[in-house]
Design a protein around this ligand. Structure first.
Ligand SMILES: [Ca+2]
Length: 200
């Protein structure tokens, strides 16, 4: 009987560990990357960023956009895209984009599931100046924050709608522990309880 208590406690601890370890948000700030590098197709630890023309650059610092390394498309041409594909499904994605100089920036973000179907969309519209809500200490360029959320995001496509953008601080939250895991867990706990009942 003692053994069953130990097993039950072990399962509860494992379940809690799994929940805690899998609920952490993941932030890519690109700060360890070297300016001028082409990171197209490189896995940055959970995310791979690609572009149709095979160029995803790193800018060490562009005036005061973020004051730290950020990423960009091959040129400032309108319509260029970057695709960010995640190793594991996520339920939300956010990122900052923009540059500096008071021009009219604009970018959008589309989210896709593993089947390639679009499941969410966010758009800054034309803007200049700092995001009035999502301010970041040390950032002084023109930027906006965009976020999308859905049940099962596998990738997002960023488009610089007008002019060019740099992007920084890509942030995701993971898909929560599946309900099935908890059903299985509670089922096993129930079995332990039943065994105990039949024994006494
Ligand atoms: Ca950065």
């Amino acid at each position: 009987m003692k053994k069953q208590y130990v097993m039950t406690a072990f399962m509860v601890v494992m379940a809690m560990f799994f929940l805690v370890s899998s609920s952490h948000a993941t932030l890519w700030d690109f700060n360890s990357l070297t300016g001028g590098t082409n990171i197209n197709g490189v896995n940055l630890g959970g995310v791979t960023i690609t572009a149709p023309d095979s160029y995803v650059g790193v800018i060490a610092d562009y005036q005061t956009f973020s004051g730290t390394p950020s990423i960009h498309a091959s040129s400032w041409s309108a319509g260029l895209t970057l695709t960010m594909t995640f190793d594991s499904l996520v339920k939300s994605v956010s990122i900052y984009g923009g540059d500096y100089g008071g021009d009219s920036d604009w970018f959008s973000m589309k989210a896709y599931n593993a089947l390639g179907n679009q499941i969410a969309f966010a758009d800054t519209g034309s803007f200049s100046g700092i995001d009035p809500i999502h301010t970041v200490a040390g950032w002084a360029g023109d930027y906006r924050y965009l976020a999308v959320s859905a049940d099962d995001i596998k990738s997002v496509v960023l488009t610089q709608v007008t002019w060019g953008c740099m992007w920084d601080n890509l942030d995701t939250t993971p898909v929560p522990v599946p309900a099935a895991f908890w059903l299985l867990g509670s089922g096993l706990l129930g079995l332990v309880g039943l065994r105990k009942k039949f024994r006494t």
